[in-house]
Design a protein around this ligand. Sequence first.
Ligand code: HEM
Length: 337
Amino acid sequence: MKKSTVLLVCSATQVFAHPGMDRVLAEIQARDDFVIGARSGTLLGDLLSGVLTAVGQAIKDILQLGTGAIDPGNGGSYKPPGQLGSSACNSDPLCVWYYVANQMWGDFADASGCTDMGRGAIRQGFHDAAAWDVNSAYGGADGSLLLSNELSRSDNRGLEEIGALTKTYYNTYHPYGAGMADIIQLGAIVGTVACPGGPRIRAFSGRKDDSRAAPTGKLPVPSMDAPTLIDLFSKKTFTASDLVALVGAHTAAKQRFVDPSRANSPLDTDPQIWDASFYSETLTGNNKTFFILHSDKALATYSSTKGQWNSFAGSSGQSLWSPVSVIFPYDKLLCSY
Ligand code: HEM
């Protein structure tokens, strides 16, 4: 996987060409076991207004699987106009992000795929963004995970090292305009692409940082059963189908604190790559060669999620991720200004 495939960003909205994406989408829409309508298209905040900026329209399209979701553009051709800190770089809003992404790539990818830091970055993006629901007055993808004391919460155990590394990115790039919330979310995207097979996800910048600690009790824990997880995620505007797709991130995961006696056990056989075998392995694994979270097993076998789980576990499971841009709905509140 080439470094040049990674990039960016809100003010100009770049992403990656995906040959055949329209065909893949058509195939998925034709499947009756993957109900595209079951994916949330819920809009929030100023996306509900009739007047949208180009970025707002792009985000709306992605959320509702419109044109913008099918045609992601080609961010791989971007070349920075100058060194970090040069006046040419300072006057191009994409430039600083090129340098951030490049440094992340060095930390998140190695010859075999994604590293511990890459996997940590994916989880970190989720934990900053998901500390929010529709009843929250604040929270979400606002950088508070690292700008407040949230890392000391038990929910966030295991994020200490990636949190410390991300703070060094912030210290380096914030003087050039990079905010913490955007750095964290870009890290999740770079981490995902660093795992071979990981979907390319359009990245946006422009979130507003907030140093207030996010509301508690919004993150899932592995002892939860399926109905509780579905309810928790529905309050974040995700459907049960969205949840099954998102939790596939555990294809690139290790556990350390659920069972410390098995610390560093992966959640599937190959945590360095992003493949759909996580789904079949969760269904059939014996919880010995790799670690199966109770919550994952619950989603794999529950009446309203097992159909979708089986679709991912099937032979075309990998392709189901490709056209799905995983955007946390509250990002659009912070980005479409
Ligand atoms: C059903 C809801 C979820 C539950 C209960 C859950 C729970 C967990 C737990 C307990 C761990 C192991 C932490 C440790 O002991 O070090 C973990 C790891 C991880 N989770 Fe989740 N998670 C959920 C959803 C998600 C989602 C939606 C994402 C991303 C979009 C995600 C990404 C990750 C990643 C990448 C890791 C591996 C981190 C590493 O290897 O350092 N999880 N999760």
